[in-house]
Design a protein around this ligand. Structure first.
Ligand code: ADP
Length: 334
């Protein structure tokens, strides 16, 4: 249904840089297809090419036999109506209520008032948020915000949903709830879902097939079970290793005194003494509870599970600092 052939996307930063490097893949209708990789692997860029939020340089993308790069601007608008998108940070309109957020794409598509009301109700029902229809996003939890984002992405009955790290800002229980909702979407509507994630446990629990991306290339692709049974590349093995910490995590969480985070880092951040820097600069105590570092060819990648103890505002500042430094942070408890 979605066929990507030899896709190349280059950015010009001090010369040409290939963010997507000769990628080919096919996703079937009603399939949940995972794309996993470290930060900077090219996952978002690849997926943004599907609805031409990024224009690509070489190769082709076909959706139901239609070449997306050949569409004129009107056809492109129609294509985008057929492709919903959800993100890590929800991207809701803060000045609009839940209902208004969901109604927004329907208004753009010029549906009648009655049609909009009916669809908004149906979507609120689907994401189980009827009681929040007049609330503003600021009063919702992360999981509820993502439910609204999903309802808005589905309002136009898209055949395809692109999910870009949609569970990364959520705690594990809420993550599972959102994954269940995505599964319900596939089962009820036959939607095709492409899930970008850097979390193997997310890919494992929902994806039918998984592609592993590194340095702009797909280094491995397989059915989920097969990928786990016979990982071929070093990077896939390292992602699978990370998953075994899930059991350990339950124990860590039950005895945590502060706020728990998992920091995923690459060579850049690994080489700087980030933990002592955070502790000193933001006057918080940091306990390292678990971690590993994998050597992949000449790169170090790894994770640390850390506990931040101290004033909440100082912890928030430390979290923002990590984001600025491009260190991937997941919230493990609330
Ligand atoms: P991922 O989603 O796997 O984290 P991205 O697709 O966001 O990776 O980025 C892949 C690479 O392309 C990164 O090195 C990133 O810095 C670069 N990149 C992404 N978007 C742009 C842009 N608009 N201009 C320049 N470089 C970009």
């Amino acid at each position: 249904m979605i066929k990507i052939s030899n896709l190349v996307k280059e950015f010009n930063i001090n010369g040409k840089f290939r963010a997507v490097d000769d990628v080919s893949l096919e996703v079937n209708q009603g399939e949940v297809y995972g794309i996993i990789g470290l930060s900077g692997a090219g996952k978002s860029t690849l997926v943004r090419c599907i609805n031409r939020l990024e224009e690509f340089d070489q190769g082709s993308i076909e959706i139901e036999g239609v070449r997306v790069d050949k569409l004129n601007s009107k056809e492109l608008l129609n294509l985008r109506k057929n492709i919903g998108m959800i993100f890590q940070h929800f991207n809701l309109f803060s000045q609009m209520t839940v209902s208004e957020n969901i109604a927004y794409p329907l208004k753009l598509a010029k549906h009648s008032k009655a049609e909009i009301e009916q669809k908004v109700d149906e979507m609120l029902d689907f994401v189980e948020l009827k009681d929040k229809k007049d609330s503003y996003p600021s009063s919702l939890s992360g999981g509820q915000k993502q439910r609204v984002a999903i309802a808005r992405a589905l309002a136009n009955n898209p055949k395809i949903l692109l999910s870009d790290e949609s569970t990364s800002a959520l705690d594990p229980t809420t993550t599972q709830e959102i994954l269940k909702l995505i599964r319900k979407l596939v089962d009820n509507y036959g939607t095709t879902v492409i899930m970008i994630t850097h979390q193997m446990e997310v890919a494992k629990s929902i994806c039918d097939r998984i592609a592993v991306m590194q340095d702009g290339k797909i280094v491995e692709e397989n059915y989920t079970k097969e990928l786990f049974r016979h990982p071929k590349s070093e990077i896939t093995r390292s992602f699978i290793q990370d998953i075994s910490i899930d059991d350990e995590l339950d124990i860590i969480k039950s005895s945590a005194k502060g706020r728990l985070f998992r920091l995923t880092y690459d060579d850049k951040s690994y080489n700087s003494p980030i933990i002592s820097e955070l502790s000193k600069s933001f006057d918080i105590d940091i306990n390292i509870l678990s971690g590993n570092v994998n050597k992949l060819s000449n790169t170090n990648v790894g994770y640390l599970i850390v506990e931040f103890i101290g004033d909440d505002r100082k912890i928030d500042k430390a979290v923002n600092y990590c984001k600025e430094k491009d260190i991937f942070m997941e919230v493990l408890n609330v």
